[in-house]
Design a protein around this ligand. Structure first.
Ligand code: WT7
Length: 658
């Protein structure tokens, strides 16, 4: 484990940060929660009487049958093995769609979508209801049943949201694979959970060119024996190969499908979806989210953290391929009956002002994005922003990594025009929903801090031994008590679930993050303390990249570490030793970088590849990662880049320190 103090690059500046921003009177006037006292009183009640609190929240949704118990505590009262809303029956698709389509929001726009070429589609709740039901029948027609796993590999289009909601409607467990992942990543994920079907599209637009999703899927499916059917949505019309007996077109199947499909009664603890994420060891793990608790917490966090109101146009820029898209593009906002903006393409296509154009064109009022995107905007220059009014915005949010105070201030000034509160939301794929974030009309913000816990959440900062750490000092961030939207399992691997989250700090859920709490009870995230990288807000295991590297014929051994990067947060630095007979060269460097992109996806392409004679190891054979991290952060590689570096000498000098 990395020393906590190493943290992230922004730690220094956030330690000196002492600015405080109060929500404006104007924002407060119509906020759901409008004073610090109100937040504190609700928070106190939520942790003193969690069952009462969460039951009240759950009652705002529709249940087919009531729960018998709100919370069955897990081991030692922790979240490990805890169950929520036992006996309760509900359907999340029903709560996202039917509840609104059959009520007053029938003609309200649910999905407001813009394609990269500029085409716009608006689906009302009634439209969404019709589409989701029909597509649910398409899935049923393919013999897909409750509990079956369905992989989804698509770009950002309304049909992706429809696919999720249709699966949820019939109780099929969706497993979304980010459209930027390569064929290998599909193979691993599909096979790990024996998916029976895959939903994809011909191609998708990205930065003016096309991503050939169907073609990549076809390549992967050669190694996926459990897939019986593939449904292909026609997005661009680019011709693709269809395999007879296996592949069907989305549009043709829809025409043939029945209109009505009643929602399956799901048990609160029935699986809803799988989502794969990187860990410190092995291949990505399939986190399993269940229905009831996940529904309630995504619903309530959306309502309060984004202060959703009837007239809002809400835009979370995350891809549905990540958990942020699951919880805050689809399930959270739709349960609230919101109008959800969706955009297909790149933020800098055709120009660097595309996002701001969208904000003005569609009168976006809530804008939720990632610090890495904000840092890119700052680099592209304010002139792109200042061309647009952005007057419709009233609330901004960030997620995915710690935000450096400089980027926060830019966001506040240039996008929020010093008028919009910023909610820095801390959470994880595993937590399912937001854990630490300001309630915008109530909690004053400090640039770089995720501020205070959401209702019902009790963060603690502890030492490796589980002892409490005094305020102001860094430690491990854990959660001792249970919360509803926690992932219940790693698919097919109970030991890995226990090992990864419940062993490091006994009796608590261990996040893998370092953090400190200040005298006002504000939390400051300090980055991962394990071998997980955060590249542009995306999680990547060093092990995964290393496995891809050593799969290259010319690579003998590899060690991957992160180094601070102004734009991406962390950049990937790979130290590589070559097989006998191969010579280090710039061409080989490029070849290896491309290889990793091809194996995992472009987001895993190493920024630096450094050839070395040998990797520095301790006497017991452990790679000295701390040393490599220091070397990686040391800036430019000295001298001729093609020559081999020799770290063994430094390693020997250092060995006693490790
Ligand atoms: C890791 C989780 C949750 C959606 C996106 C990422 C980091 C996330 C913040 C934040 C500081 C953050 C943590 C966490 N992280 N949000 N607001 N401040 N760090 O989900 O891929 O599961 O990654 O992202 O390190 O452990 P994920």
């Amino acid at each position: 484990m990395t020393a906590i103090a190493e943290g992230t690059a922004n730690l220094d500046s956030s330690l000196r940060e002492n600015r405080v921003f109060e929500p404006s009177q104007e924002f407060r006037a119509k906020a759901h929660i409008s004073s610090l006292e109100q937040y504190e009183q609700m928070y106190r009640r939520s942790i003193e009487k969690p069952e009462e609190f969460w039951a009240e929240a759950a009652s705002e949704l529709e249940w087919f049958a009531p729960w018998t118990r709100v919370l069955e505590p897990g081991r030692d009262g922790s979240g490990f093995g805890a169950k929520w809303f036992t006996g309760g029956k509900l359907n999340l698709s029903h709560n996202c769609v039917d509840r609104h389509a059959t009520g007053s929001r029938r003609d309200k726009v649910a999905l407001l979508w813009e394609g990269e070429p500029g085409d716009v589609r608006k689906l009302t709740y009634a439209d969404l209801h019709a589409e989701v039901q029909r597509f649910a029948n398409v899935l049923k027609g393919l013999g897909i049943h409750k509990g079956d796993r369905v992989a989804i590999y698509m770009g950002m289009c309304p049909e992706l949201a429809i696919a999720l909601l249709a699966c949820a409607r019939i109780g099929a467990v969706h497993s979304v694979i980010f459209g930027g992942f390569a064929a290998h990543a599909i193979v691993d994920r599909v096979n790990d959970s024996s998916c029976v079907a895959l939903i994809t599209q011909d191609t998708s637009y990205r930065r003016g060119s096309e991503i050939h999703l169907k073609k990549i899927a076809d390549e992967a499916l050669e190694q996926c024996p459990t897939i019986k059917n593939v449904v292909v949505y026609r997005r661009t019309g680019t011709p693709v190969q269809m395999k007879p007996g296996r592949d069907v077109w989305w549009d043709e199947s829809m025409l043939a499908a029945e209109k009505e499909c009643p929602a399956e009664w799901m048990d609160a603890e029935d699986p809803l979806y799988l989502l794969y994420t990187s860990g410190t060891t092995g291949k990505p793990k399939g986190l399993l989210h269940t229905t009831g608790g996940y529904a309630v917490q995504t619903y309530l966090t959306s309502k309060y953290v984004f202060d959703l109101h009837e007239e809002d146009v809400y835009w979370c820029t995350a891809d549905i391929g990540w958990v942020t898209g699951h919880s805050y593009v689809v399930y959270g906002p739709l349960q609230n009956g919101a109008t959800v903006m969706m955009y297909e393409g790149a933020p800098n296509w055709p120009e660097c002002d595309r996002f701001w154009k969208i904000v003005d064109a569609h009168k976006v009022s809530i804008f939720y994005t990632a610090p890495t995107a904000i840092r890119a905007f700052t680099k592209w220059g304010v002139e792109h922003v200042r061309k647009h009014s952005l007057a419709s915005l009233r609330l901004l949010g960030t997620v995915g990594e710690p935000i450096n105070p400089e980027a926060w201030m830019w966001f506040h000034r240039e996008i929020g025009k010093e008028r919009c509160p910023i909610v820095d939301t801390y959470w994880q794929t595993e937590t399912g929903a937001i854990m630490i974030a300001p309630i915008p009309g109530a909690v004053p913000t400090k640039p770089g801090s995720a501020t205070r816990p959401f209702f019902g959440i009790v963060p603690e900062i502890v030492s490796k031994e589980g002892q409490p750490i005094t305020d102001g000092k860094g430690g491990l961030l854990v959660f001792r008590t249970s919360w509803p939207s926690l992932a219940r399992a790693v698919y097919g691997n109970p030991e890995r679930y226990e090992q990864a989250y419940w062993v490091e700090v006994p009796g608590s859920y261990f996040t893998g993050d370092g953090a400190r709490r200040d005298a006002d009870g504000y939390y400051w995230l300090m980055g991962r303390v394990d071998d997980v990288l955060n590249v542009s807000g995306h999680r990547l295991g060093t092990m995964e990249v290393e496995s891809a590297l050593v799969a290259h014929a010319k690579v003998a051994e590899a060690a991957v570490v992160g180094r601070p990067d102004d734009l991406k947060g962390q950049a990937i630095c790979a130290f590589v030793t070559l097989e006998e007979g191969h010579i280090a060269s710039d061409e080989l460097k490029q070849e290896i970088r491309q290889w990793v992109a091809k194996e995992i996806g472009a987001l895993a392409r190493p920024d630096d590849v450094r050839f070395t004679e040998a990797l520095p190891k301790t006497r017991s054979g452990k790679i000295m990662r701390r040393l490599l991290r220091e070397l990686a952060s040391g800036g430019e590689i000295k001298g001729d880049t093609t020559t081999l570096e020799d770290f063994t000498v430094i390693a020997k000098l250092r060995e006693n320190e490790e």
